[in-house]
Design a protein around this ligand. Structure first.
Ligand SMILES: Cc1ncc(COP(=O)(O)O)c(C=O)c1O
Length: 393
């Protein structure tokens, strides 16, 4: 039973933001389609609440000691079974951001390049540049990075730390690389002897009948590919729990770092708690429910955009993840004026330029942080604001 004062309401975030508990909150009165967060009512407070008690009952003081460096075996075993690899190929992390940080220090040296898609996860870019790595952007199409572009980027003859890709439900574009595209990208990277880091934060959130193709890591048997997984988008980012899949030698190298030898697993009790959820079907039931909720939100937003927007805006309906990527066909529609008129209409959206040196004008809309009614209202406001702007021009 969850105590009554932890009941979830959108306002609970504002209160806890003022109290210095949460990182960010939407401005009051604004329909916020900016960040890729789950709406508070989609965060599983009731499901997570008993898990810590269950883990403590099962493991006693072992749940409060330093955990095994690579992460608690029960969670590693469950993740391995789910993703078709061996437990030795799994390392528990404190989420994708921490895993990427670790990889930048283990695989990279300041001054080296990371090859990235021209448009990709803004904070992933930031983590890599924070480590003195510079980003070499390559062109993409409707399936993500183009193999010829990757080949060219790897042919400079200089030092590349790794290639960073998001082939499934890409942030921000929502694209999915098909299996043959994946095989081509793997072949190019293997030919150049460069590792791929596959950021797979959204894979479990497919919203259509067709499942996405196997991960790059699965296709490569984890040779030359490190896949990053996270519970941030399926359960909640506050758990700070994720994992990476890599060949066992690399897992061993990474778990032999001073930080882990000194401090043990990065998130021991939470790993044991989440293993309770995954071990008996509750996680899968949660995912089915969450997918249905996200599908409803995606369909509502897409339908409202289609009904309200003129032909000057194009977008594909994403097959999964959190985002719709808008493209403005009219060359004179600037990102700043679109953002400003959205803001005046009480809607926040993410500027496309945040995600790299994007050609043309784009905005990203997240359907994860609002109710279906909120999304329909936001789309209507955007359509009116942008139509108005067009007629004023
Ligand atoms: C592509 C991608 N990778 C990683 C993350 C962050 O993951 P985590 O919360 O596990 O650090 C996000 C969150 O927005 C994301 O969109």
């Amino acid at each position: 039973m969850v105590p009554p004062d932890s009941a979830v309401s959108p306002l609970s975030h504002a209160r806890w933001w003022r109290a210095g508990v949460v990182q960010a909150v939407s401005p009051p009165g604004v329909l916020d389609l900016g960040p890729g967060y789950l709406e508070p009512s989609l965060l599983p407070v009731d499901e997570v609440y008993p898990l810590y008690a269950e883990a403590l009952a099962e493991y006693g003081p072992a749940a409060l000691t330093y955990g095994a460096n690579a992460g608690a075996q029960p969670l590693r075993a469950l993740l391995a079974a789910r993703h078709g690899c061996a437990p030795e190929e799994i390392m528990v992390t404190a989420g994708t951001s921490q895993a990427l940080t670790l990889l930048c220090t283990v695989l990279g040296r300041p001054g080296q390049a990371v090859v990235v898609e021209r448009t990709c996860y803004d904070l992933g870019r930031r983590i890599m540049t924070d480590h003195g790595l510079h980003l070499r952007e390559v062109d993409a199409d409707g399936e993500g990075v183009r193999p010829e572009a990757l080949d060219r980027a790897l042919s400079h003859g200089d030092d590349v730390a790794f290639v960073y890709l998001t082939p499934t439900f890409h942030n921000p574009t929502g694209t999915v690389a098909g299996e043959s595209r994946r095989l081509e990208l793997l072949a190019v990277a293997a030919r150049h002897g460069v590792r791929i880091v596959e950021d797979d934060a959204y894979t479990e959130l497919g919203l259509d009948r067709t499942a996405p193709p196997p991960s790059l890591a699965a296709l490569a048997g984890r040779r030359g590919v490190i896949r990053l997984g996270s519970f941030a988008k399926t359960l909640g980012p506050g758990l700070r729990l994720g994992w990476l899949e890599a060949d066992p030698d690399l897992v061993e190298t990474m778990t032999d770092r001073g930080q882990l030898v000194s401090g043990g697993a990065l998130n021991h009790l939470t790993s044991l708690a989440v293993a309770m959820l995954m071990g008996d079907g509750r996680y899968d039931r949660r995912l089915s429910w969450l997918r249905a909720q996200l599908r409803l939100r995606r369909d509502t937003l897409v339908a409202a955009l289609r009904a309200g927007m003129g032909e000057s805006v194009t977008f594909d309906c994403p097959a999964g993840g959190f985002f719709v990527w808008l493209t403005f066909e009219h060359p004179r529609r600037s990102e700043s004026s679109l953002l400003a008129s959205a803001g005046r209409a009480g809607v926040a959206v993410a500027p496309g330029s945040r995600f790299g040196s994007v050609a043309g004008t784009h905005l990203r809309l997240a359907y994860s942080l609002n109710s279906p009614d909120g999304l329909a209202a936001a789309a209507a406001r955007l359509a009116a604001a942008w139509r108005n702007e067009e007629t004023l021009r």
